[in-house]
Ligand binder design. Sequence first.
Ligand SMILES: C[S@@+](CC[C@H](N)C(=O)[O-])C[C@H]1O[C@@H](n2cnc3c(N)ncnc32)[C@H](O)[C@@H]1O
Length: 217
Amino acid sequence: MLNRIPEPELMDDPLEAEVYSITDFSDVNQKFVEAFCENLPACDKLLMLDLGCGPGDITYRMHLCCEQHKIIGIDGSPSMLRFAQKQSSCRMLTWFLADAKMLPFCNRSVDVIFGNSLLHHLLDPKPLWKEMQRVLKPGGFIFLRDLFRPETEEKAKKIVELYAGNASDLLKQEYYRSLLSAFTPEEIQEQLVECGLENLTIKCITDRHVDIFGTVS
Ligand SMILES: C[S@@+](CC[C@H](N)C(=O)[O-])C[C@H]1O[C@@H](n2cnc3c(N)ncnc32)[C@H](O)[C@@H]1O
């Protein structure tokens, strides 16, 4: 099994943030929104957080899909958040600079937390799992999607070529680093057990993506 090589937590380099923000992830981002909406319990007027929202494309798509819910996009990187703020802002869609492991919300005050590609950025994700538990109301819903680490470097290289073969060298290198920094489904399971979240479902949905979702008690 390939050892994990963690990448830096925040994407705060201005060039890195710019390259990420202008890359077209519309297809995968829209799929994320659709999968989330399929799993979201039917309810009115929820408070939802997008943790590690980056340039906010998913956050904005989610807002278009769920205009009745208040969504706050949160990122710890000022460079990324600058791009997110350009998306749109209104009463139901706002942005906040904060560490996802120390959220500026009261205990049991949030209905839903979602996030794409945040987990693999954290050296130790347990503080994140615990923080999500703290701020979510009982019955609150979590939906995270991330990469999972391939078994070998060769498999990681093949994934990069297959899905990002035409991308710039910088993006390819970042994708490769992200795959090596990702957790395996077994490691995620261990984290959930340690944090008392073992009732969440872990599901590999492609050859490189894993969803973690469910309600907290
Ligand atoms: C790979 S990007 C994903 C962005 C967005 N979710 C998307 O799918 O397009 C990961 C984002 O998580 C942010 N991030 C990493 N660690 C964080 C933390 N502890 N608190 C808040 N944001 C964090 C990074 O700055 C980066 O913008």
